[in-house]
Design a protein. Structure first.
Length: 280
């Protein structure tokens, strides 16, 4: 083996130092962009509050710390992403959808076709997947937070519920062969609240077990919402729940409904995700 001369050894030392400096710079850059998270104090004392930092935090602009994930339930598997959308994004979805709202329909479980129904009295419209840059960005964020690629999602459905309008408890998975031809069964749903609602309009899971003494402000929930685990609509929050269990069987505890709006107007956007690519 050749012996290094004094000059070559000094060269190697300089090189090692240079590599160290470059590595430190790269780490600092990654920290700044939010790819790597430093441990930081949690928001509350509750052990159920988990602060996560994903690469998609770079979508979030200022103050990503106000965004956090709440584990609502394991049966059904339901999670609330607080401040998932910005106010501008919520308003954008409403304004894009508003001109094309039509009376909502439900799927006929015998034929698989859409039909009018008294169990669902909202108005709504489907947006195209990747319809504009804002929608594309939101769909990317949904993919990042559900770990399901955007290609497996249907176009967003924006819904408007006026006073007394509701959606009776139902499953998001299909009971017919017709609707599973494209993309297979629905695996999960992301329900984003685009407006605040003064009273009512909660999303309720009537099959979930709840201990009402552990629910804050239980008496402020509507009568409908007291029938199960419920989520109060709040602008920008996103509810993720799974229609399928990890063993790929259908989860009957994912039964859910939209409680009647009592005061105000509820706007929401739904993203249905399938087990396979969905041709949109
Ligand atoms: C409901 O929660 C309260 C407070 O945590 C507890 O004391 C009570 O035993 C719970 N009830 C049931 C039926 O689990």
């Amino acid at each position: 083996m050749a012996k290094l001369s004094r000059g070559q050894r000094r060269g190697a030392g300089t090189m090692a130092l240079l590599v160290l400096v470059l590595l430190s710079l790269a780490l600092m850059l990654m920290l700044a962009l939010g790819f790597v998270a430093m441990p930081s104090a949690s928001h509350g004392s509750s052990a159920d509050v988990v602060e996560i930092k994903l690469p998609s935090h770079r979508h979030f602009g200022a103050n990503p710390l106000s965004r956090w994930v709440e584990v609502l339930s394991w049966e059904p598997r339901a999670f609330l992403y607080h401040h998932f959308l910005t106010e501008e994004e919520c308003n954008h979805l409403i304004e894009v959808a508003r001109p094309s709202l039509v009376k909502s329909t439900v799927v006929d479980s015998d034929t698989g076709k859409s039909k009018d129904s008294r169990v669902r009295t909202s108005s709504g419209t489907f947006l195209m997947r990747g319809q504009d840059p804002v929608i594309k960005r939101i769909e990317k964020r949904i993919a990042d937070f559900t770990f399901i690629p955007a290609e497996q999602g249907e176009g967003l459905q924006v819904l408007q519920y006026k006073e007394s309008e509701k959606y009776e408890p139902h499953y998001d998975y299909f009971h017919d062969a017709y609707n599973t031809k494209n993309g297979g069964q629905r695996i999960a749903t992301v329900l984003m609240y685009l407006s605040n609602v003064e009273e009512g309009g909660e999303t309720v899971f009537p099959a979930a077990q709840v201990n009402k003494t552990e629910v804050p402000d239980w008496d402020k929930l509507s009568e409908c919402a007291q029938k199960g685990l419920s989520v109060r609509p709040r602008m920008g929050d996103a509810l993720l729940f799974w229609s399928m269990k990890p063993d790929a069987t259908l989860d009957s505890t994912s039964l859910h409904g939209g409680c009647p709006v009592i005061k105000g107007t509820k706007w929401s956007a739904t993203k249905w995700l399938h087990v396979e690519n969905y041709a949109a």
